[in-house]
Design a protein around this ligand. Structure first.
Ligand code: NAP
Length: 313
């Protein structure tokens, strides 16, 4: 079968012939229709993740959408985090109990683009972030996959005001299209200046910051939280460290929480995927994405424009 294959950690995968996967006990073979290229796939294949250097060659792809018989399913894999192949191939294996049946008629590519990025946005907002109706929410990295989903999901969950922050014009435009009431440009590294922008964009203090960036943007956004405000951190796209000052954290008794999809139970993850797929099927949730043939995986691997790349084997 045709597959994207990482032959060396740190190098982009190439389309190759590969033996079809053999299911182990409790596993099934899914015919893959769509597999997104996500930051987690890049990190795992780089060999620098905390999962260690992956055994090569291997097929990357930690999630996908495909057919089991004539049933459309979403499935996860552990590719790059544990030995074994992932979703970026004509067929992939996954534990049967991990499959999530998708609503009839939903677009496989849209669900793949949303996938675990939208799951993270949804669970970080509603479960870890305890989003309540009327809350003012700041979404950092609002032009990214997590951010675009978070702006829409915050709205759908009843947020009173959503502020999207992004560093590029494209990102700001995506935040607006996702439904942000206001946008904040992250075009410099001056915490004071960015904090003033966040303060101006919020109406008397934000309740929740959804943070896939860390670094200067998170430090600035935290200053516009109201007393007792929540800051949910789920990614370090801007920086591994953050110049947060002690007085900001303690003077307002802020609640800083980390979030990872890896802590979700199978049931929580399945419920979140189902919710996201139902919203997508109703046309209420999507993110910018592009379909990419498997043969173009090498050029799509590190592409930053065009939205989330979704391989269609
Ligand atoms: N904890 C979890 O379970 C979980 C789950 C999913 C994702 N994540 C993490 O969340 C983060 C975002 O994921 P994603 O899928 O949304 O990634 P993505 O689609 O690649 O988006 C990343 C965003 O970060 C922005 N960005 C990068 N560096 C920046 C900087 N210095 N200042 C401001 N913005 C910056 C990018 O802006 P431009 O568009 O201008 O480049 C882009 O919009 C990643 O770190 C990912 O690993 C965590």
């Amino acid at each position: 079968m045709r597959a994207a294959v990482v032959e060396q950690p740190g190098r982009p995968p190439r389309e190759r012939d590969r033996e079809p996967p053999t299911p182990g006990p409790g596993e099934v073979v899914v015919s893959v229709l769509a597999a997104p290229i996500t930051p987690l796939d890049l990190l795992c294949a780089s060999g620098t993740s905390y999962f260690g250097v992956p055994r090569t060659p291997y097929v990357p792809g930690v999630q996908g959408v495909g057919l089991l018989g004539d049933v459309l399913v979403w499935f996860p894999t552990k590719a790059g985090m544990a030995p074994g192949d992932g979703s970026m191939a004509a067929a992939a294996v996954a534990p049967r109990e991990d499959l999530v049946e998708l609503p009839r008629g939903v677009d496989a590519v849209v669900v793949a683009a949303l996938g675990l990025s939208a799951v993270a946005a949804y669970m970080a907002l509603t479960w870890r972030g305890e989003l309540a109706a009327g809350d003012q929410v700041i979404v950092l990295g609002a032009g990214g996959a997590v951010g675009q989903a978070a702006v829409q999901l915050a709205r759908l969950a009843g947020a009173g005001r959503v502020i999207g922050a992004a560093r590029s014009e494209t990102g700001l435009d995506r935040a607006r299209r996702a439904g942000a009431d206001a946008v904040v440009p992250l075009d410099n590294d001056d915490v004071d200046e960015l904090a003033a922008r966040f303060e101006a964009a919020t109406d008397g203090g934000a309740d929740l910051v959804l943070d896939p960036l860390f670094g200067v943007p998170a430090a600035a956004a935290a200053r516009s939280l109201r007393p007792g405000g929540r800051w949910v951190h789920l990614g370090g796209s801007a920086s591994e460290t953050c110049p947060i000052d002690s007085s900001t954290l303690r003077s307002r008794s802020l609640r800083l929480s980390g979030y990872t999809n890896n802590e979700l139970t199978r049931q929580q993850r399945a419920s979140a995927v189902t919710h996201i797929a139902e919203l997508a099927a109703r046309g209420e949730l999507t993110i910018d994405h592009e379909s990419v043939p498997l043969a173009d995986v090498g050029s799509a691997w590190r592409r930053r424009t065009g939205g989330r790349a979704v391989l269609v084997p």
